[in-house]
Design a protein around this ligand. Structure first.
Ligand SMILES: C[S@@+](CC[C@H](N)C(=O)[O-])C[C@H]1O[C@@H](n2cnc3c(N)ncnc32)[C@H](O)[C@@H]1O
Length: 157
C-alpha cells in the first residue's frame, strides 16, 4: 500500500435508495475504488445482479434503520461527506477529501434529506446540468478521491 494511503479509509452508501440496480453498480465501483465498507440506510438490498464482482461478500456491508441510526454508529473519527447539489456544497474539483470518511448519497427522487444535509460535515457537488444517476454520481466522487491531490487534515495527522 503506498504511503499516502496510510491510515485512510472510506465507506459509501445511499440514504433511502429506491433502485436495486443502482446499488449493484455502486457496490461494484466501491469495491474497485478501494472502499472499506458499503452501507444502506432505510432500505436493505444486499445482493444485486449488477454487483457482478460480489462486493457484498468481499467488503463489509452495513445496514442502518434510519439516518439517526447511521449517525450514531459512524466509525470513530470518521466524518460524513454528503454528495448533493446544494447551496452549501463545495465543488468536488477543489475538495480535499478527508482521510477517513463516509460518503453519503441521496435517494433517486428526493436526494438527501434536510436532516442529512444539516448533519453532514462536508457537502460536495460536481457540475452537471441536471442531477446524474446516483451510482454514477458516487463513482465520479470516488474517482476524484483516488486522484493524486491533497487530503483534508493530511498535514496534521
Ligand atoms: C438523481 S439525484 C436526486 C435528485 C435531486 N436531488 C433532485 O431532487 O433533483 C440522486 C443523487 O445523486 C447524487 N448526485 C447526482 N448529481 C449530482 C451532482 N451533480 N453533484 C452531487 N451529487 C449528485 C446526489 O447524491 C443525489 O441525491
Amino acid at each position: 500500500m503506498p504511503d499516502n494511503f496510510e491510515h485512510e479509509y472510506f465507506g459509501i452508501g445511499i440514504l433511502h435508495g429506491k433502485t436495486p440496480e443502482n446499488l449493484g453498480v455502486l457496490w461494484r465501483t466501491a469495491q474497485n475504488m478501494g472502499a472499506s465498507f458499503i452501507y444502506t440506510i432505510g432500505k436493505r438490498y444486499a445482493n444485486q445482479a449488477c454487483d457482478t464482482h460480489k462486493a457484498v461478500k468481499a467488503i463489509p456491508y452495513f445496514h442502518y434503520e434510519d439516518f439517526a441510526d447511521f449517525f450514531k454508529h459512524l466509525p470513530k473519527g470518521a466524518v460524513i461527506v454528503g454528495i448533493e447539489q446544494d447551496q452549501k456544497s463545495v465543488p468536488l474539483e477543489t475538495f480535499a477529501h478527508p482521510k477517513r470518511c463516509v460518503y453519503l448519497l441521496g435517494a433517486e427522487d428526493h436526494g438527501l434529506t434536510k436532516e442529512a444535509i444539516e448533519k453532514a460535515h462536508f457537502l460536495v457537488e460536481f457540475q452537471s446540468e441536471k442531477s446524474l444517476n446516483v451510482a454514477v454520481a458516487g463513482s465520479i466522487v470516488l474517482y476524484d478521491r483516488n486522484l493524486p491531490k491533497a487530503r483534508w487534515g493530511s498535514k496534521t495527522k
